[in-house]
Design a protein around this ligand. Sequence first.
Ligand SMILES: *Cc1c(COP(=O)(O)O)cnc(C)c1O
Length: 446
Amino acid sequence: MNRERSRDLYDRALSVLAGGVNSSVRATQPYPAFAERGDGAHLIDADGNRYIDYVMGYGPLLLGHDLPESVRAAVQSHMSAGPMYGAPTEVEVELAEFVARHVPSVEMLRFVNSGTEATVSAVRLARGYTGRDKVVVMQGGYHGAQESTLVEGSPDAPRPSSPGIPQSFAAETIPVPFNDTETLESVFEAHEGEIAAVLTEPLLGNTASVLPVEGYHERLRELCDDHGALLVFDEVMTGFRVGGLQCAQGKFDVEPDLTTFAKIIGGGLPAGAVGGPAEIVESFTPAGDVFQSGTFSGHPMAMAAGLETLRYAAENDVYDHVNRLGEKLRSGITDIVDERAPGYTVLGTESMFKLVFTRGGSEGVGDSCRAGCRQEPDCARFERCPKTGADVANAETERWDRLFRPAMRDRGVLLTANQMESQFVSDAHTEEDVEETLEAYKAYFE
Ligand SMILES: *Cc1c(COP(=O)(O)O)cnc(C)c1O
């Protein structure tokens, strides 16, 4: 596989872009495949190599690389009319109406431009609304590049996970393990009346897709209610992917107080949103006094791309298709590692999938987790199935970066950069793509 042009481009990029990229995760070693164009489920790189793509923009591309005519036409029409105004437009009202109609907990929204901006705004809203400062996050969770959530450590000793964030900011954040309600209970007791919000992804999508154990979300909901804290679901990744148009909160049947969206809601263009009941969301300026604003927020082209993408998903069997292929991938990979590397674990749900190089001995696979770990207590692998971010971080993460991902790329399958990032099936993927992908997995493990 000739990759010279990507290598040369990376060489140039290293002189003018920090680390050669504009988002850290793109800097795969020794050099990334520079994208030339997309074609359905495929990405064609700068050297003309063609890959089956499961990165899918790290989540936004529900429909694949070729946007349906309705999406393209809507974006082009808004571009021709004038890209943006600094005045409100009809299309942002329509997208808000669409989201409020489909997502159970959402009555009202504020649009922003990215997932990071959505979680920044949600945290400020929760703090402003409750008059409290502390937020609880999940260890290993990811809520974008923001000060309040780039925090690691234990509940008693939180610390910034990046230089540039003052310890005094981190002191307002309490990291707890996902799927662990006991720790959360003790945190609420130790900080009675101080916690503004618990912020979590409905499933840990940024940690290879760790699913909640039975009853976890119900208990989260109860604890937040008991202690006057808001439950904030970060559905930036799961929104309009898991649980279809109801999002993961519909699938898991819990109503958060606030939800953050991005990725799919912009249909491949930059957009994000915070949604919830009017009573809370109207705390944002100018309705309320929690400051929030943005020059590009509700950008007509992004709103149009998001709206037409979601309409397309509503009118076609997109979720049936991506979920069926996701299931096929997870069960196919489970079969392959069962034979060769039974210690490894397949994670994910619906159109998300990830193979985790779990450490530890092998065990029989129960029928209940044929298509990926589902946290079913009677499954033979229940104890071994990752429950927290730390369980995934403890896997053989180097194997992914150094060996597995490059080997799969050389076999024409583009996977995400590291052990933590989920992978996505799009509407453009076909049965043949999945079969070809499973052949590549099989060849790797032979
Ligand atoms: C991707 C992601 C973010 C950050 O979104 P950006 O658009 O990259 O700023 C936040 N939260 C979750 C759950 C994400 O998956």
